[in-house]
Design a protein around this ligand. Structure first.
Ligand code: HEC
Ligand code: HEC
Length: 210
C-alpha cells in the first residue's frame, strides 16, 4: 500500500512538471511564431539577408538583425510605422505588418539572441563607460530586450543612427539626450568600438532552396 501511493505521488509530480513545461512553451510561442515569421520575412531578406547590402542615397550598410533582441526589433518596426523614424522603405515595409506579424517576423529574423556577459574587447572610449554601457553594455549586448544590441553591427549604420537621433530624424527622447552629448569624433570612435565587439550581430541567413 505505501509503495502504491508513492507511485501515485511520482506520477502526479511528473504530470505537474509536464503541464508546467507545456504552459511555459505556450507562453514562449505566444510572443512570436518564428515559423510564421519565416513566411512573412521572405521579402525582408532581399536586403537584410545579403551580406553588406547597402542603402543608397545616402550609402550605408543595411543593419544586421540576427542575434538582435526580439522586443527591440518589434519596437523599431513600430517606430518606422509611426514615423518616429524616417526611412521611406522601412516605413512601407512596417506599414504592411500587423502587431502580431511584427512579433512573428522579429522572432524569425532575430534567431538565437546573443548571450550577455562576454568581456568587452579593447579599451572602451570614456564616453561609453560614462553614458552608454548602462543600457547597451560595455560589450554592446543590450542589457534587456528593450535596449538594442550594438555588438558587431555595421559601424557606418551605428554612426548614422546616432546622427539621426541628434538631428531629430529619429525621435526617441532617451537617445536624443545621450546622442546629444557626442561630438562627431565621439560618434565615429563609439561606432567603431561597438562594431568591433563580440559575440557579434550577423546578417540573417537566407534559407537555401537547393
Ligand atoms: C529595400 C531594403 C529593405 C527591405 C526589403 C527591408 N529593410 Fe529593414 N531596413 C533597411 C534599411 C536601409 C534600414 C535602416 C534604416 C534606417 O537608417 O533607419 C532598415 C532597418 C530595419 C530595422 C531596424 C534595425 C535596427 O537596428 O534598428 C528593422 C527591425 C528592420 N529593418 C526590419 C525589416 C523587416 C521586418 C523587413 C521585412 C518586412 C524589412 N526590414 C525589409 C532596408 C530594408
Ligand atoms: C537609458 C538607456 C540608454 C542609454 C544610456 C543609451 N541608450 Fe542607446 N538606445 C536606447 C534605446 C531604448 C534605444 C532604441 C531607441 C529607438 O527606439 O530608436 C537605443 C538606440 C541606440 C542606437 C540605435 C541602434 C540601432 O540598431 O538602430 C544606437 C546606435 C545607440 N542607442 C547608441 C548609444 C550610445 C552611443 C550611447 C551613449 C552615448 C547610448 N546609446 C546610450 C537606450 C539607451
Amino acid at each position: 500500500m505505501p509503495s502504491m501511493s508513492f507511485q501515485w505521488a511520482r506520477l502526479a509530480a511528473v504530470a505537474v512538471a509536464v503541464a508546467l513545461a507545456l504552459t511555459l512553451a505556450g507562453t514562449a510561442q505566444a510572443a512570436g511564431d518564428a515559423a510564421r515569421g519565416k513566411q512573412l520575412g521572405y521579402t525582408c531578406l532581399g536586403c537584410h539577408g545579403i551580406e553588406n547590402y547597402k542603402n543608397v542615397y545616402p550609402t550605408y550598410n543595411v543593419p544586421k538583425l540576427a542575434g538582435q533582441h526580439v522586443e527591440y526589433i518589434v519596437a523599431a518596426l513600430k517606430s518606422y510605422r509611426g514615423k518616429q523614424r524616417s526611412h521611406a522603405t522601412m516605413y512601407a515595409q512596417a506599414s504592411s505588418l500587423s502587431d502580431q506579424d511584427m512579433e512573428d517576423v522579429a522572432a524569425y529574423l532575430a534567431g538565437a539572441v546573443l548571450p550577455a556577459g562576454a568581456p568587452a574587447r579593447g579599451a572602451a572610449p570614456q564616453k561609453v563607460s560614462e553614458l552608454c554601457s548602462a543600457c547597451h553594455g560595455a560589450n554592446g549586448v543590450g542589457i534587456t530586450g528593450d535596449y538594442p544590441t550594438l555588438a558587431g553591427q555595421h559601424a557606418d549604420y551605428l554612426a548614422r543612427a546616432l546622427v539621426e537621433y541628434q538631428k531629430g530624424d529619429r525621435k526617441n527622447p532617451i537617445m536624443a539626450q545621450f546622442a546629444g552629448q557626442l561630438s562627431a569624433a565621439d560618434v565615429k570612435a563609439i561606432a567603431d568600438y561597438y562594431a568591433g565587439q563580440s559575440p557579434p550581430l550577423k546578417t540573417v541567413e537566407r534559407p537555401s532552396f537547393k
